[in-house]
Design a protein around this ligand. Sequence first.
Ligand code: FES
Length: 94
Amino acid sequence: MQTNNTPYQRQIFVCTNNANGEKASCGDHKGEEVFRKLREIAKERKLHPNIRVAQARCLGQCAKGVNIMVYPENTWHSDVRLEDVPQLAEKYIK
Ligand code: FES
């Protein structure tokens, strides 16, 4: 095993899990689209992968989706909607 410092300035984990209506999930509120848009912005701003937008396959707070967790800020956003993407991008993708 090797142990090193995190290779990214920031990681933004977006839950893209979709239970297809079998239970509440981030897929009910376009988690995949939120992920794709944030990733696209990071690439457009040439900050990817130093600021890495990553998919998570369930963060355990499914009824509060879309869920996003951000490190190193150690911040959690829930009930995120597509229209919140610009605000998140201004806060974290800079
Ligand atoms: S489906 Fe997103 S937290 Fe579980």
